[in-house]
Write a protein that binds this ligand. Structure first.
Ligand SMILES: [Zn+2]
Length: 487
């Protein structure tokens, strides 16, 4: 017999430290076959599963989601769900979320979403969710879901496998129910909150921590176990580490969750930045002095991959202030500035233009940079939108209409910048380097810049975190009690 499994959800990581609001323009909404493309492995389960697409919204990490957009999406989602329920018996729900969404007017957006889903489909149907390990797990999300799972790697090279595991969690739950078996659920909230730039799974202690998971999965009674690092800049009561374990034996499941949480807590003092860090001035000088080429500089405080504005110009201003004679060949990717792109629409390649660039989203960071620059390329990209490449002396920089991250060399080439090796220094709006960049980098420093995803968490004013919480508090005895349920 085949199971009818509905799939859908909403996927964004939101920083609450930017005035930017994420809305319709930021989300890509998929239904039907386009949504099913997210699950390229589904053919393997064609004898067991009818995967029925409902609706999915996905955005680049950004600011808080506008209430008007969220309410409309939820309404459309429920209409699609009603239609599907009329045509099909629902056996299980595959909830596809990131888990660090903020929406205007709530401190637990995914909790609210699953509440709405449960009101529609009831409380008995299994709901299994896939998440990002930089997601936050609220008590409501844990209570109302059957199994939650998340990545086991950061950078995330296991996105496809994580989604597939959501389905392979659902199947034994559904089979077990037929045999009258319940699943045990165990959650431990771990009072640690660190940025992703300190918790990569490629270096210690993240590497050893996540390496514990396969050891527990050798026990056939354990269905799945996951560790969330949480997402600080969402500033939610549940922004913190979480461990969840699921299994068909209650004691083994509790032991698994407890031991993983103890390990996590035990490593807390060992998490360090995964690469060299420096202030903006020091890091830039270091790169200019270095003979390693290309030398990457991450503008971490403005990383759109974590919800940064993507338009701060602190690094640009510093470069221009240095003067041409002190510079090497530099590429800066990229600054979002729709207004500038629009104003220069009629200008041609090789035109000199006066620009007031960036600095528009968070004016408190100093406002735009004014300069005369040469247009060296104009192009359009599906995600970045209409874009310009500007040049001043030895600096080339890309200006995009939409928020965008240059996470591959292909996107760099697409902008007409040539290859990474053509530059001495490449400045990216990023935290830890994505794989394409890290394999090309001969030198690298993470600049600890101010911005909406400032890595210096202690310098930010959080309003909603649950304390005590490391590293904001230290020398406290954590409550690592296991919350146990059956489903
Ligand atoms: Zn992530």
């Amino acid at each position: 017999m085949k199971y009818n499994i509905f799939v859908g959800g909403i996927h964004i990581e939101s920083s609450t430290f930017t005035p930017y609001r994420s809305g319709e323009k930021d989300f890509h909404i998929t239904k039907g076959d386009e949504l099913l493309n997210r699950y390229p492995w589904i053919h393997k389960y064609k004898d067991r599963v009818n995967l029925i697409p409902i609706m999915h919204a996905r955005a680049l990490p950004g600011g808080i989601v506008k209430r008007s957009f969220y309410d409309k999406f939820l309404n459309d989602f429920m209409q699609q769900l009603d239609l599907a329920l009329k045509l099909n018996k629902l056996d299980g729900f595959f909830l596809d979320i990131h888990g660090a969404m903020s929406v205007e007017g709530t401190l637990d957006a995914e909790g609210d979403f699953i509440c709405a889903l449960r009101e529609k489909i009831g409380y008995d149907v299994p709901v299994c969710a896939s998440m990002d390990l930089h997601g936050n797990v609220s008590q409501t999300l844990f209570d109302l879901s059957t199994v939650l799972t998340c990545h086991r790697t950061a950078p995330h090279i296991d996105t496809t496998q994580t989604r597939e595991r959501t389905l392979t969690n659902l199947l034994p739950v559904l089979d077990g129910r037929k045999a009258g078996k319940k699943i045990s659920k165990a959650m431990v909230s771990v009072p640690i909150l660190l940025p992703g730039e300190q918790t990569s799974t490629q270096v210690e202690p993240g590497k050893s921590l996540y390496a514990q998971i396969p050891r527990f999965l050798q026990n056939k009674n354990i269905l799945d176990a996951s560790i969330w690092m949480g997402f600080p800049w969402a500033d939610q009561p549940c922004s913190r580490g979480t461990v969840c374990a699921y299994g068909f034996n209650k004691d083994d499941t509790i032991t698994c969750a407890k031991e993983l949480a103890d390990k996590f807590w035990g490593y807390k003092n060992d998490f360090k930045f995964v690469g060299p860090v420096a202030s903006l001035k020091e890091g830039l000088q270091e790169a200019l002095k270095s003979n390693k080429k290309p030398y990457f500089l991450s503008d971490t405080g403005d990383n759109p991959g974590a919800g940064g504005d993507n338009d701060t110009v602190l690094v640009l201003r510093e470069i221009l202030n240095l003067g041409a004679e002190k510079l090497k060949k530099i590429a800066l990717v990229s600054i979002k500035d729709e207004q500038t792109v629009r104003e220069l629409k009629s200008k041609q390649i090789h035109d000199y233009v006066d620009v007031h660039l960036g600095g528009k989203i968070s004016p408190a960071l100093g406002g735009p940079v004014s300069a005369t620059m040469l247009i060296i390329n104009k192009y359009s990209d599906n995600i970045a939108g209409d874009s310009l490449v500007l040049k001043k002396d030895k600096l080339s920089l890309v200006v995009t209409s939409n928020r965008y991250q240059f996470a591959t060399e292909a996107s760099f080439k697409n902008a007409g910048l040539g290859s990474y090796n053509d530059y001495d220094i490449i400045i990216v709006k990023m935290g830890y380097l994505e794989p394409d960049l890290s394999s090309a980098a001969k030198g690298w420093t993470m600049l600890l810049t101010p911005g909406s995803v400032n890595q210096d968490l202690k310098s930010l004013t959080f309003k909603n975190l649950t304390r005590p919480l490391y590293p904001f508090d230290d020398n406290f005895t954590p409550c690592l009690d296991v919350c146990v349920q059956e489903a």
